[in-house]
Design a protein around this ligand. Structure first.
Ligand code: FAD
Ligand code: MLT
Ligand code: ZN
Length: 469
């Protein structure tokens, strides 16, 4: 019996795709950096199916590449070019298993879209605070596997901080079921913590018990024009103090990014402030009936009086708020319209951000003259997407050829400032070499040992995070 026939017996005929047109969407990553091949795409309907598949693959030494919504930026969910790997799509594990409003937790399967998890929480007047531009297509399993960040990390932390328990299928098919909603449990090593951010290399996440918070009852959102990034940092400190730390999002958008969005994303319109080199999207939220709008207006008026801000507009209703968010969240899409971009998902200690932006901009201008800088992102977390787009009329190949030297210079700069070359997008296959270069040798060795003890036959997403072999 050939492999696909065997898989159909194991999982049911509807769970195995092998026709070229059917598997094609699973073989290319969101940025179109990688094009793989596969034996088949398997889509089990439940955890028992995932378990049977892994047990069989472990015996047969067949590599498995888990895939969620395929929105990742580092090629982590794309199989290699050998055609000998299986893609494991979690798409059909998409049930909300339990919502516990009084215990402030919910249990969902890995294939639920992030937006579906948010909606399940909202139905019982609770908040699941993880929020990303890709929330309509990424899956919670992918968010956990990449330890996704997004726009509310400042207040609620990364995905890791939102996890109470996990259900994971290990390489040999055994199921680690640790879906307890306990907030306190100091019984040995935190094994579930190892799977978060492991990008499918240590186990397949099939379900998670997640933390919920009281739903927001008050929100105030502003678009703030500022002269330079140092002002952003000073304003962040002031706003956090003035609002009793109700600041949940603090995003930086340069004028060049706003211009790209207004030019390329239909239906967007310029916010009503003076033009400035930089803007902030600031949001305060509260589960109480607070007058956040007045608070934000007063804080921003004081900032303008003291020269910290140039101008600001506070959204007057949910349509205006959505429009402001659309400007921020459309930046990656607008950059895609312009063409290939050289991306650097960096973080530095927040006080070092202005120094990074000055030195990094100089490097970008000198090392990639065909590009222009679009540096935006989660400035409240010290995380910038320090991306370059290509200038119209310049040569594609010349621009692409700038990538290695520019990446080295930017990442060395980040390292010299005590920062990270991958703040929230992970390693995948794109940044394996960077991890080898920048991770301390002792950490890298420990990661290799952990990988070997969880996956002795190397069947789980080989070549991602760590070099295969
Ligand atoms: P995939 O891309 O399918 O997979 C990602 C990795 O996880 C792969 O290594 C895969 O093998 C593994 N994996 C997937 N599911 C499982 C599972 N169930 N068990 C084990 N391993 C698994 N990211 C941020 O952090 N912050 C942002 O603000 C942000 N904004 C974005 C905006 C846009 C418009 C886009 C397109 C992407 C953005 N991303 C952002 C990147 C991406 O959406 C996140 O990395 C997301 O968490 C990936 O989820 P996914 O389901 O698409 O995973
Ligand atoms: C974002 O914050 O918009 C994404 O993480 C960055 C990107 O899409 O490049
Ligand atoms: Zn981001």
């Amino acid at each position: 019996m050939d492999i696909t026939a065997r898989l159909r017996v194991l999982l049911g005929p509807e769970a195995v795709l092998s026709a070229p047109d059917d598997v094609a969407p699973y073989l290319v990553d969101h940025r179109r950096l990688y094009q793989g091949k596969t034996l088949a795409v398997c889509q089990p309907a439940d955890v028992a199916g995932v378990s049977r598949l892994l047990a069989w693959c472990n015996e047969a030494r067949i590599a498995v590449v888990p895939q969620g919504g395929n929105t990742g930026y580092c090629g982590g969910a794309t199989p290699d070019e050998s055609g000998q790997q299986l893609v494991l799509s979690l798409r059909r594990l998409n049930k909300v298993r339990a919502v516990d409003a009084s215990g402030f937790s919910l249990t969902v399967e890995a294939g639920c879209l992030l937006a579906q998890v948010q909606a399940a929480a909202a139905e019982v007047q609770r908040l699941f605070p993880l929020s990303l531009g890709s929330e309509g297509s990424c899956q919670i399993g992918g968010n956990l596997a990449t330890n996704a960040g997004g726009t509310s990390v400042l207040r609620y932390g990364m995905t890791r901080d939102l996890v109470l328990g996990l259900e994971v299928v290990l390489a040999d098919g055994s199921v680690l079921s640790s879906l307890s909603p306990l907030r306190k449990d100091n019984t040995g090593y935190d094994l579930k913590g190892l799977f978060v951010g492991s990008e499918g290399t240590l186990g397949i996440i099939t379900a998670a018990c997640l933390k919920l918070f009281p739903a927001d009852r008050s929100v105030a959102t502003a678009w703030v024009a500022i002269a330079d990034p140092q002002d952003a940092i000073s304003l962040l400190g002031r706003l956090r103090a003035a609002s009793g730390d109700r600041c949940s999002s603090f995003e930086l958008v340069p004028q060049v990014a706003l211009d790209l969005v207004l030019q390329h994303v239909p239906g967007t319109r310029s916010p009503d402030t003076v033009a400035a080199p930089w803007y902030l999207l600031v949001e305060l939220t509260s589960p109480a009936d607070d007058d956040l709008e007045t608070l934000l207006n007063e804080a921003l008026a004081a900032a303008i009086d003291s020269g910290l801000a140039l101008d600001a507009v506070v959204a007057q209703n949910s349509t205006q708020r959505d429009n402001l968010w659309r400007l921020r969240e459309s930046v990656p899409a607008a950059q895609r319209v312009v063409g290939h971009s050289l991306k650097h998902d960096i973080s530095v200690p927040i006080a070092a951000l202005p120094q990074f932006i000055t030195a990094g901009s100089h490097l970008a201008h000198t090392l990639a003259p065909e590009g222009f800088l679009v540096g935006y992102g989660h400035v409240g977390d010290g995380n910038l997407h320090f991306n370059l787009s290509q200038r119209p009329g310049t040569d594609n190949a010349a621009f692409a050829a700038r990538e290695p030297a520019l990446k080295r210079a930017i990442h060395d700069l980040v390292a010299s400032l005590g920062g990270s070359f991958s703040a929230e997008h992970g390693i995948g296959q794109l940044k394996v070499g960077e991890l080898e270069r920048y991770a301390p040798a002792a950490e890298l060795l420990l990661m290799q040992r952990i990988k070997h003890s969880f996956d002795p036959n190397g069947i789980l997403n080989p070549g991602k995070v760590l070099r295969a072999g």
